[in-house]
Ligand binder design. Structure first.
Ligand SMILES: [Zn+2]
Ligand SMILES: [Zn+2]
Length: 345
């Protein structure tokens, strides 16, 4: 089968690979229909993710059809259409019992990282009964691809951890796919203000279309002044960090109101400064989280009811044969205006 293989920092190729086979009785083999690329895949290609070794098939998102089921799988059968969660979870270990699937002792984020992933014609899904979601035939598969990772990530790490409330003020630093996913799902709670901050005017224009109440281009270094002007000098109740740089984390610390919450989503590769000298008496909370994908059933419900339209995030389409072009387009988002790209397997 064809698959996109990581070959070491800066190197990848579309290669012929052996089709995956069942390794454990709890496994399922899925024939992929649609997958996508994630910012995390770009991190891997830079060599930032030590757990992902050369030879690995990338990808941790997508939808497909059950092709083969392990002997211990009773809730899924061949032919079922399924959504693949980016997080594999056994459902039985100490962390899974706390609904912290991201820290499952035999799972977590392993797909397209420690085991072969979804940018392929077929993929092996471990702990399949707890890591796949059956979807109705004929459901909008492209919308569902957004539920593998980015919507649960924006919602759980940003909106839930950030305690977004009706009537409150929210600022989201970073208007890429994850920041926009947080923007879409924050609206479940009707916050009074939803302020998006980014360096790219195109992405801010998208944010306005997605429901931001104000947008701020921070390239002049005056984002804090602009947010204070919008909030009577108080700052915001929730700041969501959706970039992963020391400077954006420091900006979040300047924007948070007394009693507020900074919810980090960004993947940080270097240390960032925590300004306790100005925050020690401000009653704030800082949260970190790797997505657990425990909100997937709830997000499926909102999608089914038409309460959210994640297809707005999709800007480009490619076939698996053209996945290298898809990577080029996705990696140069400032020029191509790419958000999420759909890859047809
Ligand atoms: Zn991802
Ligand atoms: Zn577990």
């Amino acid at each position: 089968m064809k698959a996109l293989v990581y070959l070491g920092p800066g190197k990848k190729a579309l290669q012929q690979c052996p089709q995956p086979t069942l390794a454990e009785p709890t496994d399922v083999i899925v024939k992929m229909s649609k997958t996508t690329l994630c910012g995390t895949d770009l991190h891997i290609l830079k060599g930032d993710v030590a757990t992902c070794q050369p030879g690995r098939i990338l990808g941790h998102e997508g939808v497909g059809v059950v092709h083969e089921v392990g002997a211990a799988v009773s809730t899924l059968k061949v032919g079922d259409h399924v959504l693949i969660s980016c997080i594999s979870a056994c459902g039985k270990c100490v962390y899974c019992r706390k609904l912290m699937y991201s820290h499952c002792t035999t799972g977590g984020w392993i797909l397209g990282n420690q085991i072969d992933g979804t940018q392929a014609e077929f993929v092996r899904i471990p702990h399949a009964e707890n890591s796949l979601y059956r979807i109705p035939e004929g459901a909008d598969e492209e919308a569902l691809v957004m539920l593998s990772d980015i919507l649960p990530t924006g919602f759980e790490c940003g909106v839930l951890n950030g305690k977004v409330q009706p009537g409150n003020s929210v600022a989201i630093v970073g208007s890429g796919p994850i920041g926009l996913a947080a923007l879409l799902t924050a609206q479940f709670y009707s916050p009074a203000q939803l302020i998006m901050i980014d360096l790219d005017d195109n992405r801010l224009e998208v944010a306005t279309r997605f429901g931001a109440s104000s947008v701020i281009n921070s390239s002049d270094g005056k984002a804090m002044e602009a947010v204070m002007a919008l909030t009577d000098g108080r700052g915001v109740d929730t700041v969501i960090e959706a970039v992963g740089l020391p400077s954006t984390f420091e900006l979040c610390q300047q924007l948070v109101a007394p009693g507020g919450t900074i919810a980090n989503i960004g993947v940080h590769g270097t240390s960032a400064t925590l300004h306790l000298e100005s925050l020690w008496d401000r009653n704030i909370t800082i949260t970190t989280r790797l997505v657990d994908a425990v909100s997937t059933p709830m997000l499926l419900g909102t999608l089914k009811a038409g309460k959210i339209d994640p297809t707005q995030l999709i800007t480009h389409h490619f076939s698996l044969d053209d996945i290298l072009d898809a990577y080029e387009t996705f990696a140069h988002a400032a020029d191509t205006k790419a958000l999420k790209v759909i890859i047809q397997a």
